[in-house]
Design a protein around this ligand. Sequence first.
Ligand SMILES: N[C@@H](CCC(=O)N[C@@H](CS)C(=O)NCC(=O)O)C(=O)O
Length: 203
Amino acid sequence: MKLYMSPASPFARKARIVVRELDLARLVEEIPVNPATSEELHRVNPLRKIPALVLGDGSALIDSPVICEYLNELGGGKFFPGMSIWREVSGRWRALGLQALGDGIAEAAVARVYESRRPENEQSKDMLAKYLAQIARALDALERAKFAKDPTIGEIAVACALGYLDFRLPELNWRETRPQLAAWYETFAKYPSMQSTWPANLA
Ligand SMILES: N[C@@H](CCC(=O)N[C@@H](CS)C(=O)NCC(=O)O)C(=O)O
């Protein structure tokens, strides 16, 4: 299988962590691409976004939640807890809700980075402020959140979003007013799969 990715992408990083945690590296070739210019990526994902996963039969999966769930199933993982109406809060829906919040932070952060790279007179101050406010409110919600001892896709998504903030928006100083979240992340960031996927190159 081929995973189109970039080392800086928080969404691709989720899939790369699942690959490492479930020992799937021998099955998944990571292909770094620039989503704006890679014709190979454009052929498999009409949205021209990473990550995209091309399977053995040539079909492609797009969107990190879909890709991660596929990899989880392939590797017999437990990152997506099963359906159960008795575990609404602690099980699947908690994990998926947390993933949505983590991905939402990453989306706002990536959008802010893209906006800030446009010529200064074309940048929207309103949009830049809106992204910042979204990130701040979501981080405040995470400061009050309960994280699972056995990480799910929710914990992975949050960690990838926080890693992206450290990498691209360190000036936010998100730890300053969120000590619980900072303490949780400090432990989580020590996982070998987190360490070996630390964003190093350009997005
Ligand atoms: N919802 C998507 C978001 C993917 C995404 O936005 N990826 C960024 C890189 S971090 C991208 O490819 N951006 C290119 C573009 O928007 O043109 C997912 O979870 O995979």
